[in-house]
Design a protein around this ligand. Sequence first.
Ligand SMILES: Cc1cc2nc3c(=O)[nH]c(=O)nc-3n(C[C@H](O)[C@H](O)[C@H](O)COP(=O)(O)OP(=O)(O)OC[C@H]3O[C@@H](n4cnc5c(N)ncnc54)[C@H](O)[C@@H]3O)c2cc1C
Length: 490
Amino acid sequence: MDRFVDRSTLGDITADVVIAGGGIAGLSCAAWLAADCGLRVLVVEKDDHLGGRAASCLDTATGDAVDIGPHVLTSEHRNFLALLERVGTIGQVHWQPDPLITLLDGGRQLRMHAPRWPPPLHGLPNLRNALRCMSWRDLMSNMSIAWTAARLDEPGTLALDDLDAESYLRLHGVSGRSIDWFWRSSMLALLNAPLAECSAAAVMRVFRLMLGRSGYYFGFPKVALADLYAPGCRRAVEAAGGHVQTSCAARSLLATASGAFEGMLLEGGRIVRARAGVLALPPQALAAVTHDTAGATLNRFANGAWFKPCAYVSTMLWFDTKLTSECFWARVWAEGDLNTDFYDLSNIRPELPRTGSLIVANAIHADEAWTWGDARLVAQTRRELADFAPAAAGALLRHSRVHRIPMAVPCPAPGTERLRPAARTTVPGLWLAGDWTATGLPCSMESAARSGALAAEHVAAAFGIGLRRALPPPSTQWPIAALTHSGSRR
Ligand SMILES: Cc1cc2nc3c(=O)[nH]c(=O)nc-3n(C[C@H](O)[C@H](O)[C@H](O)COP(=O)(O)OP(=O)(O)OC[C@H]3O[C@@H](n4cnc5c(N)ncnc54)[C@H](O)[C@@H]3O)c2cc1C
């Protein structure tokens, strides 16, 4: 393994493939290329740990592993799950088949379900709960948008990209109450942005699946999030003679006289030469690496104005007593709320003591809360927690921790769906990966895993190896699938 890291000589390094970025996208690409193609892969990661936006670390005060922020998987994270299967950690997911989710609306706890019934009948068990929160009239105001969504195909969906989702819903007659109760809450949780700042294409793609697929459910890592995939991917790479190097940033690209990929210049002056390269970086980081070598085609993706970061604030609270028996719940959107989703990790992670609760919560699109001090964030999170678990108000808070994450995902702003780039670049021998690339999925661990598998297929083909590992995004089921037709409906 040390042939890659010979700091004494500063000599060139060689590998079959060099991948910049040790998040899910880069590691999934590396694992498939190493484990299934036997290629010698070098992964370089600028941080001193792997995982990127799905990283974990140790909380030294408690000795507990904590994540950058809580993450959920769904049964539809099929590429991510295939990766876990490949690296042997699929059993480390705690699945919650039912209820789908518990919602907190005012003082009410609503258990929502997604039974395996033909869609849209799977929505029927939730009708009673919905009608406790809005009128029949509000509910029926969704008929036109539901009919449109059921009939949209992918090109028709993309044609809506320039519109913002809030205007689009109003255009379809969706009532204000329905927008507030259903659309704001669900799309903030699934797409990480307020409706007015979301592309109608991104929203309709997700809604089409909510309407047209049944039987999906959530799962949670039973171990630290990064431990779910990073050590397994690293093992796969090393078993094939490759290496994963942390604290090692890619600085720029090297190209042949004809403009083909030749290698990367690393921080510190080392050069790695490889037949193929993959940039598995967030859009903002891509600019720094491609500034002078890969030309305008790659650089245009790094324009921050196009892929605006969505900030998260994650708050973690250690209580001395058990507060809930739930794994996961979410607040229905309300003006002035801080957090969206809450988790009690003591009900998920077997290594945590069952005598107290470790609550973690996400404030999504946290522009306003970004400047709040820790004490204010903790106090507000505790108040919101007590709405669900009243015992939280009087329980002893042993310890707290706040993570401010400048970019959890790029915002799906109007116009950005069409800008998401394919894996193939204009530079021969160089591919892109990352949750924000064109995967047909919202930016997520699943999108990152699929992008890594797609890039791996391209790289493998360049080595003359037929690799098929990328699984397609989920599609609607019968009878909704039968309604889909070409062309958009506005
Ligand atoms: C708090 C939070 C909650 C989330 N919740 C969920 C959830 O519930 N479900 C879900 O599916 N997704 C969730 N996500 C999103 C998910 O984590 C991301 O979509 C996914 O991790 C992105 O992976 P990636 O590999 O595409 O990018 P990244 O994880 O950003 O990986 C890119 C890597 O490149 C490295 N890098 C940057 N520049 C260089 C360089 N020059 N050289 C070398 N390396 C470099 C970075 O350090 C990073 O490690 C959440 C994200 C956050 C932050």
